[in-house]
Write a protein that binds this ligand. Sequence first.
Ligand SMILES: Nc1ncnc2c1ncn2[C@@H]1O[C@H](COP(=O)(O)OP(=O)(O)O)[C@@H](O)[C@H]1O
Ligand SMILES: [Mg+2]
Length: 235
Amino acid sequence: MAGEPGCGKTIFTIHFIYQGVLDNEKSIYVTTEESRESIINQASQFNMDFEKAIEEKKLIIIDALMGREDRWSLQSLDIEVLVGKIIEAKKELGYGRARVAIDSISAFWLDRPAMARRYSYYVKKVLSKWNFTTIAVSQYAITTSEAFGWGIEHIADGIIRFRRSIRSGELKRYVLIEKMRQTNHNRYLNEIDIVPGKGLVILGPVERRKEDLSLPRDVFKKIIDTKKKSDVEIP
Ligand SMILES: Nc1ncnc2c1ncn2[C@@H]1O[C@H](COP(=O)(O)OP(=O)(O)O)[C@@H](O)[C@H]1O
Ligand SMILES: [Mg+2]
């Protein structure tokens, strides 16, 4: 999953994990961008009680923000340490289907982007063996518009892309499923909203715009030119 800042990625992962809690799956949330408290607080704004889920041993939040010493905190942004900690959390929660959200996975290769593909392959290989459904947030580098770094989009079974834009002075957010292996999915760019008390809500597909349907300018010009020529030649 990828997208610019503030377009709803973290909130989407919170929904994904809470659904796991409701479905009685072992649920694990890894946060590298915000503290554990911040995630719990954000969830509570949408009536998702993460504290209760933690108490009931349905959820573990792994804090990778550093500077903490408790059992569910990471002391370094090392991909093998992360995978080890996720498996430890799974053992703690017990047998059965499990889901994990990693927000974000790019934090683990920020200083070595060339490792992105190898690292993400390793994460996929190990966690799928442990019966995990994994969703990972990939940060969008504003400078290069390169969201994934070195081809991890080929390794992921699905890609969900978040976007934002400003229309008539208002911030709008969108979501597009770009890939979902073995699934016939919605192919429209859908507008979303983030609603207090509810969280992420899908408003519906964005109306097709003229530029979606019109031909590229040079092709259009060729057609006009050809038409003009034939108008002259044919009396
Ligand atoms: N309680 C809330 N009510 C309405 N909108 C909210 C609420 N909490 C957060 N938001 C919106 O969600 C945005 C953050 O979304 P988030 O998922 O954290 O973005 P990112 O893609 O950077 O992870 C905020 O900038 C704000 O616009
Ligand atoms: Mg975020």
